[in-house]
Design a protein around this ligand. Structure first.
Ligand code: BGC
Length: 732
């Protein structure tokens, strides 16, 4: 029996929410993500499997995206000739051969990444079966997908005819990514190879239906199939396994050979053996991931849900991919990687699974060449990371939006001007280093990232009127584009340059060779370093002395004031209500911006009074049109002792996907909201921080009804467990 604090259940069947459930119940293992579409299909479904790093630029598309790989999930069957389906309408029922689903329940076991669906199905003949589908993406061998189908005769002794296959007739919402598709099938196995039609990645799949009854094999241009006939006796149960191995040329030179060898190795094992190995890996992952909350079961489930989705997207097998804004759970944002990874998803991984965090940082290191090209193309020095990133390291932000309701397209400026991404990456590198003490990583890789992005800022700043400015920027608040002097951007760039100088000092002492080679390679001359120092001293930080607040950017308070809090209750931001142009001309803020700065730099932003003034100014102007916003507000509000707002924002963040309060879960999980939720609890409510003496401490500010929170983090290679109680603290 699956524990209700570890699982999510759909009961009864909710046909209108299929796309929601496809995302929410997504499976994965850090190698791929698999939407929870039905094995037999459903009208209007969006079955998809996305493999990390497998990008392709389809003909006619603006940008590259993760290619939906051939469908391996398919299992269809008939009962006495009646196809098993969940999507017959009442009208269809009058037309034979149609059956009826009499009962249904689907559960995602988040503890062990298992999706289980049970249905009671009556065929036109009256023959009735109970069918159970189980499916998991093995955490033990990430190339292995396991499905078990159990069919029991409940009424009568029906004949079951079952087909399972591989099918390359797939697309991303119509965009086709595959060529040279070659299916093949023998009774022993089905295979399929294909190549992405622009990037040239090769895919190999090997699959088999494992059953005691004889299997017939078929294949055509796009599909490979195994079929079998089963005559069920009264009350008899039959169990079938379908195993599928998936590899690509990103893993090996011969993907098909590897897929076939994996299939033949694992087909000897029973389902229980396969599941036990998979579950053991999950248990290991949860050991440090799980945050336990006593006194709030809903919050508990929401936190586990978020952690589950981070874990199934987190690559353990390679350091050459990163996590997209929608994980691997949907087509939203085309699988592109944003700052969401470094500032939202990475911190929980840095603290709980540093080896995975390192992989994600190395993804950026491997793409420094692309960042350098971008800087050069824009007339700057150093490394300027793309706002949206894929496998190539090139800027992949589309220039134009999809058509709006009135048919027009909006110019997207983020790829040009949302430049803070370079500092966000540097921040993540340094955060990783501080928490892990992984000097080798810093010396070999991290320092180069931090320093070459600092070189970029040194060349990017504009000297004007005796100070340094940054115009034509986009801060976190994307409603305000191409603005002058975003306080977030200016202050973070200043912070970044200071960190770069500190880092150089550290390198000189601890790794003089690296200090010398990087100084040479990145041309860190004494003039350049003197300029950095000058920028640090004379960077313009917009601040209203009279009101004692930071000004989000020059001219912000001249814009139309719109009381955002009046537009409640709503789903999503108020941008669609105002329209693009009016939103741009108003003080409505899309997401934590000055508040984000306060989350990242804490007290370094200013005294408590200023932090409170900032929060009280910007919170009522923020519409949380981005899912990145509420958790950051919860975190900062908790630190400021604004308990009610903190919990309100925590709940908002917790329900983004589970209650679909942005209205777009069908496009994929909001990865940043998931990572943000963890931070709101650990950094916000529990107040975990590094002390100046170099140790860990908590400073709890728990919501009133939370009795206790327990969590583990790694600090400098050592696992530390905390139990934070209300109101007093029990030391670790
Ligand atoms: C947010 C960005 C975010 C992107 C991807 C946008 O709506 O404003 O901050 O990086 O979504 O999640």
């Amino acid at each position: 029996m699956v524990n209700r604090l570890w699982s999510l259940t759909e009961y009864p069947f909710q046909p209108e929410r299929q796309l929601y459930y496809e995302t929410i119940f997504c499976l994965g293992n850090g190698y791929l993500g698999n939407r929870a579409s039905f094995e037999e299909g459903y009208a209007g479904d969006t079955p998809a499997t996305l493999v990390h790093g497998l990008y392709n630029h389809a003909e006619g598309a603006q940008v590259a995206e993760l290619a939906n790989i051939p469908h391996w999930v398919g299992v269809e069957f008939t009962v006495d000739g009646t196809p098993f389906r969940m999507d017959f309408s009442k009208k269809d029922l009058l037309k034979p051969p149609n059956g009826v689903a009499l009962g249904y329940q689907r559960t995602l076991d988040m503890k062990h990444g298992l999706l289980k669906r049970e249905a009671l199905f009556r065929a036109e003949s009256g023959g009735t079966v109970r069918v159970t589908f189980e499916r998991f993406a093995s955490m033990d061998n990430v190339h292995l997908m396991v499905q078990r189908v159990t069919i029991t005769a409940i009424d009568g002794a029906p004949t079951v005819h079952l087909r399972a296959g591989l099918n390359a007739n797939v697309s991303n919402e119509g965009r086709r990514h595959w060529q040279d598709v070659q299916p093949h099938a023998t009774p022993e196995q089905m295979t399929l190879t294909a190549t992405t039609n622009q990037s040239g990645y090769r895919l190999g799949m090997a699959s088999a239906l494992l059953t005691n009854s004889p299997v017939q094999a078929q294949f055509d241009d796009l599909t490979a199939t195994h079929e079998t006939h089963i005559q069920l006796g009264k009350d008899e149960t039959v169990t079938l396994l379908k195993l599928t191995a998936i590899t690509t040329s990103r893993d090996t030179d011969d993907p098909l050979a590897l897929a076939q060898s994996i299939l033949s190795a694992y087909r000897q094992q029973s389902y229980d053996q396969l599941f036990a190995a998979h579950a053991a890996q999950w248990d290991r992952l949860w050991l440090t991931t799980d945050v336990q909350i006593e006194g709030d079961e809903e919050a508990q489930v929401a936190l586990r849900f978020c952690a589950y989705h981070i874990l199934i997207a987190a690559p353990r097998h390679t350091d050459d991919v990163s996590i997209g804004a929608k994980t691997l759970s949907g087509f939203g944002y085309k699988g592109h990687v944003f700052w969401d990874t470094e500032l939202f998803v990475l911190p929980p991984l840095t603290l709980t699974h540093p080896e995975i965090a390192r992989n994600l940082l190395m993804y950026r290191y491997h793409r420094l060449a692309g960042a350098r090209r971008k800087a050069q193309e824009n007339g700057y020095e150093g490394a300027m990371f793309p706002w949206e990133s894929t496998d190539t390291g090139e800027e992949t932000t589309p220039k134009w939006s999809d058509p709006q309701p009135d048919g027009t397209r909006i110019r997207i400026w983020t790829g040009d001007n949302e430049q803070h991404i370079s500092t966000d990456i540097a921040y993540a590198v340094l955060q990783y280093w501080r928490w892990t003490g992984d000097d080798a990583f810093l010396i070999d890789y991290g320092a180069e990232i931090v320093l070459d992005t600092a070189v970029f800022w040194g060349s990017r700043v504009e000297a004007r009127s005796g100070r340094y400015e940054l115009t034509n920027q986009i801060g976190p608040d994307e409603y305000h584009e191409n603005i002058p002097n975003s306080v977030f951007v200016n202050r973070m760039a200043q912070w970044h340059l200071q960190q770069a100088l500190n880092l150089l000092g550290w390198l000189k002492q601890h790794a003089p060779h690296k200090h010398a080679s990087l100084s040479d390679q990145l041309k860190l001359t004494s003039e350049r370093l003197a300029k950095w120092q000058d920028i640090i001293e004379r960077m313009y930080i917009p601040f209203d002395e009279e009101k004692q607040i930071h000004v989000q950017f020059d001219g912000f308070f001249d814009l139309e004031y719109i009381p955002v809090l009046k537009y409640e209750p709503r789903v999503g931001g108020i941008w669609p209500m105002l329209g693009h142009e009016r939103a741009l001309q108003s003080q409505v803020i899309k997401q934590a911006d000055v508040v984000m700065l306060m989350a990242l730099l804490g007290d370094e932003v200013g005294p408590r009074e200023v932090l409170l003034n900032n929060f009280n100014t910007y919170y009522p102007r923020t519409d949380h049109g981005s899912s990145l916003s509420p958790a950051i507000h919860a975190w900062v509000a908790a630190r400021l002792g604004l308990d009610e707002i903190a919990y309100h924002m925590f709940q908002h963040a917790a329900w983004i996907d589970l209650k679909d309060n942005k209205g777009n879960v069908r496009d994929g999980i909001h990865a940043a909201a998931c990572g943000g939720l963890w931070q709101s609890v650990v950094f916000g409510f529990c107040g975990l921080h590094l002390t100046p003496e170099g140790d860990l401490a908590v400073d709890p500010r728990l919501p009133a009804h939370w009795k206790q929170v327990s969590f583990s983090v790694y600090y400098r290679g050592e696992r530390r467990h905390f139990t934070v109680e209300q109101p007093a603290l029990v030391a670790p």
